[in-house]
Design a protein around this ligand. Structure first.
Ligand SMILES: [Zn+2]
Length: 338
């Protein structure tokens, strides 16, 4: 089997690897009709994370179960399933509290930019759809594996409420789906911060009522103007840089909440500043598993189309071009077909 392996910054290869097999009795092997590249894959691709050796890439997946280990009870071969980037048992105290990405037995899923994938803790990790999806639903279901679930968590963590005012910092796939999530949760005003035409357009399609193209102090100034000097009730931080976090903190009203889901790189907070701002912070790797049943229903009912974030489709063996396109911001998110 061929799969995607990162060797060094900007050196990503589609090459021969051992095909995935059942290693633990709780594993499943899933055949993937499509896979994709995540914005967070760009951190190691750009050299922002150390690469210690050849690294199998990809953590977003959905597909048909081919094989399960002997201890897997609920998941069966032939089912169409979706899972999160962290495998979880869904039974430990953290899972039961809804934080499956902090599972006591969590295991990172890696190697999904490939035609087949081994998923640990299959019973806890995978959610099966009631019926096999039609082919046109595959991009929407694939998006649930990470970006849609992450946007949803950002909105929930930011305490988005019916009629509330929301700011979304970041116009990548997660930010755009944060807009969609806030809309679903009933936000009345959704201000998307974006400088990019095609992303502004998609943000509006997903429910953004205002676009702010300015950044830094000017960006904050615009948010203040749009909220009568008050700031937003809820702010979704979907980037992970010191600048984006500052933007989020300053856009929030006293008593407001920030949901931060951009993987932090070099972010340091001034706690005294934070103390006087009265903002709530909740973030982390999104517990996507918690939301999968609900989000699968929303996709099947046609209420949401998160697959619209895929604006580039390539054959899987062109994966390197998919990375380049996202790195150069020519594409929001690349879908890959084996
Ligand atoms: Zn657990």
């Amino acid at each position: 089997m061929h799969a995607t392996v990162l060797y060094a910054p900007r050196d990503v290869r589609y090459e021969d690897v051992a095909a995935p097999t059942i290693l633990q009795p709780t594993d499943a092997v899933v055949s993937l009709p499509a896979t994709c590249i995540c914005g967070s894959d760009l951190w190691p691709y750009r050299g922002a994370n150390a690469i210690t050796g050849p690294t199998p890439m990809g953590h977003e997946y959905c597909g048909v179960v081919e094989e399960v280990g002997r201890d897997v009870k609920a998941i069966r071969p032939g089912q169409f399933v979706i899972g999160s980037f962290f495998a979880s048992d869904n039974t430990c105290p953290h899972c039961r509290a809804g934080y499956q990405t902090s599972c006591q037995r969590r295991a990172l899923v890696a190697g999904a930019q490939a035609p087949r994938l081994r998923v640990p803790l299959a019973d806890g990790t995978l959610v099966a759809t009631r019926d096999p999806p039609s082919d046109d639903l595959i991009p929407d279901l694939l998006a649930l594996s990470d970006v849609m679930g992450t946007g949803w968590f950002a909105a929930e963590a930011a305490n988005v409420t019916d009629g509330g005012t929301v700011v979304v910092v970041g116009d990548g796939a997660v930010g755009l789906l944060g807009v969609l999530s806030a809309k679903q949760m009933g936000a009345e005003r959704i201000i998307a911060m974006s400088r990019h035409d095609s992303r502004q357009k998609l943000a509006r399609e997903f429910g953004a009522t205002d676009i702010v193209a300015e950044r830094g102090d000017e960006g904050i100034q615009r948010i203040k103007e749009l909220t009568r000097g008050v700031g937003a009730d809820s702010v979704l931080e979907c980037v992970g840089t010191p600048e984006s976090m500052q933007q989020a903190i300053q856009a929030t009203r006293p008593g407001g909440s920030i949901g931060y889901v951009g993987v932090p790189h070099g972010v340091m907070l001034d706690w005294a500043d934070l103390f006087f701002r009265h903002v709530r912070l909740l973030g982390g790797p999104a517990p996507v598993r918690q939301y999968l049943p609900q989000l699968i229903e929303l996709v099947f009912s046609g209420a949401i189309n998160p697959g619209k974030v895929f604006d580039l489709v390539l054959p899987l063996d062109h994966v390197a071009e998919g990375y380049r396109a996202m790195d150069e911001r020519r594409a929001i998110k690349t879908l890959l077909r084996p």
